[in-house]
Design a protein around this ligand. Structure first.
Ligand code: S3P
Length: 172
């Protein structure tokens, strides 16, 4: 139970659409600690959107920026950090997160994720002929690795952001 000041970061991992940013910012507000969204930090530092970075410089470049930003954020004062869906897939990032925080997997099912991401197609990885198939393939590839997080938090699709934050505080 976390009543006193945070001693390390709470790092949210999981797929796009799982609610990392929404639940993370609510969690930070409740705990009165800083909230950082790694994707937003990357966009601010580059003065470009994630889509623009992918289109102009490619995914490998984006992944290197992601690691740099993650290292900088985790080196700062403890807070809640939401990461992009691919961040936990790089070993170096997992080491960084392990060293500085508690990793929490917002574990969400395909249908819920698809329902949430299909309206906004801002995710460059889903700009394919079969975005739902791509999402399913990513899930298959990533979930065994996400399962190595410190905490597996099953996101309940019907829960509001507030309810999810309450459940998460109880789980931590
Ligand atoms: C990605 C997820 C995105 C963003 C980028 C790549 C991924 O973040 O980092 O488009 O590899 O799953 P969200 O999980 O916040 O959508």
């Amino acid at each position: 139970c976390m009543k006193q000041r945070l001693r390390r970061h709470i790092v949210l991992i999981g797929m796009m659409g799982a609610g990392k940013t929404a639940v993370g910012s609510e969690l930070a507000r409740r705990l009165r600690v800083p909230f950082t969204d790694v994707d937003s930090e990357i966009e601010a530092a580059a003065a470009m959107t994630i889509s623009e970075i992918f289109a102009r410089d490619g995914e490998a470049f984006f992944r290197d920026r992601e690691t740099q930003v993650l290292a900088r954020v985790l080196g700062g004062p403890p807070g809640v950090v939401s990461t992009g869906g691919g961040a936990w897939m790089r070993g170096e990032n997992r080491e960084l997160i392990r060293a500085h925080g508690l990793s929490v997997w917002l574990n969400c099912d395909l249908e819920t994720l698809w329902h949430r991401v299909r309206q906004r197609s801002t995710r460059p990885l889903l700009k394919t002929a079969d975005p739902k198939g791509t999402l399913a393939a990513l899930i298959e590839q990533r979930y065994p690795v996400y399962a190595r997080a410190d905490l597996n938090f099953p996101a309940r699709p019907a829960d509001s952001v507030e309810t999810s934050a309450t459940r998460l505080i109880e789980a931590i």
